[in-house]
Structure formats: structure tokens, C-alpha cells
Design a protein around this ligand. Sequence first.
Ligand code: ADE
Length: 223
Amino acid sequence: MRIDILTVLPEMLESPLRCSILKRAQDRGLVEIQVHNLRDYSSDKHRRVDDYPFGGQAGMVLQCEPVDRALSHLKSQRAYDEVIYTSPDGVTFNQPLANRLSLHRNLIILCGHYKGIDYRIREHLVTLEISIGDYVLTGGELAAAVLSDAIVRLIPGAIGDEQSALSDSFQDNLLAPPVYTRPADYKGWQVPEVLLSGHEAKIKDWELQQSFERTQRLRPDLL
Ligand code: ADE
């Protein structure tokens, strides 16, 4: 898989993409993530990429030209499955959407910007708009990092134990069961007896029952 991220703030994406599972997946060649600075596609001598909005509202708007040039450049090199725009008005990101996107070969994520981007880009070039929740961020970079993280960890081989991605919260519309590690008794706080029993079937039953109970109590909307 390949993910190309277009942004005016590439430095904001540096550390989230260079750590932990995302780094390992890139090192193993499971995914290539390229971050592109939209200013590199500006034709302005000061590398400007935004301008005042028509209509006189406050804030600056990302212009069509640098975005169009960047997208044309990428699309001339390979076919993309989606051109995603991160925005609070997009569809809300969730696990089924992460699963679907993880099956694609090439994705572009265009990061939203202060007041937004020229709407013509959204009308003509963007194929999918995604929000990571009902709140407003200063830009789409953190949202792009969230999408990349949730998608990449689903690629087979990205997580050491493949089972663990399948048993995530939400993967079957249930929250994950509680987990524990040694010691079995910490300050008198006990690990549930069944987990120490070594009885695999009983443990599976207990985990499922915990998942149902936690989902009913904490996220009944998922059931
Ligand atoms: N840009 C600003 N807020 C956002 C959000 N909630 N989701 C995605 N992109 C955004």
C-alpha cells in the first residue's frame, strides 16, 4: 500500500509517522507513506498557497492551483483508489471505514487547512471527505495521522500478532474485554480467576461475556 499526504505543515506529521507500528510497517515495506509539502507546488515566488476568501469572511483559503498541481503530479505516476480530504464535514471515521480503506493500494490524503480549501477542489478532485469526530482541529494533519495509523495497523503483518487487530474493540461491534498481566495479585487487586485456569474455552466464554457486558454498559449504541 502507498499513502501520499498533502499538507502545508509536513513537520506536523513527522513524528506520528516515524514511530512504533507505522515505522515498522514502512521499514518492512508493507506501506510507503510520502508526505508532500503543498508549497512545493506553488507557482508564487514566495511559495504562497492560500489567499483571502471571496465574500470577505475572515481567514485564508487554500488555492486550487497548488492542490491541483500536486494531485496531477501524483496521479500521473499511479492510479489512486481515493483522494481523501480531512474535514469536520466529512463522514465520521470508524472501524468499518478503516477496514475498507486498508484494502486499497494507493490513497491520497489531502489535509484540510484553517478556513478550508477552495470548494472547487472538493467538488472536482476529492472522492471522499472524512471527519475524525465532531470537533474542530486547527488543520487536517492530526486527522491524517489518525487515518494513517488506523489503516496501516490493519495491513497483514503490520502488527506482530495478526489476531490482535481482529480482536480490537469495534472489530465486531463489541468493546474489547479487559486484559491483565503479572503479578496475578497486586496490592490485593486480583486478576479474575478464570484467566489463570488455563482452560481455553472457559477463557473465550468469559472474554465474550465481558465484551457484551462492557458494550452494553459503555456503548449501548454499538449493539
Ligand atoms: N479538520 C479540522 N477538524 C477536523 C476533524 N474533526 N476531522 C477531520 N479533519 C478536520
